[in-house]
Ligand binder design. Sequence first.
Ligand code: G3H
Length: 317
Amino acid sequence: MTHSFPRPTGTAFTPDAFETQTVNTPAAERRAASLPARRSVKKDWQAAWLLRAITCIDLTTLAGDDTAGRVQRLCAKARNPVRADLLAALGVEGVTVGAVCVYPTMVPHAVKALAGSGIPVASVATGFPAGLTPLPLRLAEISYAVDQGAAEIDIVITREHVLTGNWAALYDEIAAMRAACGEAHLKAILATGDLKTLTNVYKASMVAMQAGADFIKTSTGKEDVNATLPVSLTMLRALRDYRDRTGQWVGFKPAGGLKTAKDAMNWQILMKEELGTRWLMPDLFRIGASSLLGDIERQLEHHVTGRYSAANRHALA
Ligand SMILES: O=C[C@H](O)COP(=O)(O)O
């Protein structure tokens, strides 16, 4: 039984917790670069890590041409992410994903398609992906998504507040969004590809956690640069510093560009080494991805059958 942590409550706005902080970017980049070079775990252990990764995927479709039919198909995949014969061969059952993540108007279709599954529906909101609409409209979008049945809200921050060092304004907007979420969990998308420096990433992470975010998330998937290992390392260090200062455990969600099973394992290894095994569970770790599951399933098929499906012949090095 995994110990469950109380939902983070945030704190008062506390600039001294981060204002003098600077990130050693070359050191962070060196540390991150060492991960993919590692020999990854092999055979049964690899399969176990990949099954664990599936349980943390926020299976996502965030496209302008999304339809009810596409969301229904995604939800069917969320319910059964791995072929039954492969699960039987692996000796596991009941594997499902962490959540399904969609746009607000697609929430009702996901809620209906996931009824009885226990899989939560996550919705982006607050003017995703740019976030440049009036705050009252952004808060109303949160309320709409929650009213439609979303249990998790992925909000986007106003990057200008970070780029101008207006940390109080950033705190206030995220705190207002957290209040609008009510019982729904809030994931704060920092759009790190827009934030220019790792020091800004660290500070934005701390402010989002002080404002009550349940998760901090790297990217919308729409920036030029989305989830990277150096940025993720910086956010994990902020998570750890925040936990050490406040005792509150906040979750982490890399998103955007995680496409392969190797990507998933690189982030899992980073999480384990920086924060520990407990942080590999879906209440503290999610991967926002639209195509990652396909490659993980192909690697599991290879593990079981020794063959790759026609769609992919890239060995997991
Ligand atoms: O979290 C949501 C992201 O948009 C997923 O990005 P992706 O399509 O690169 O997997």
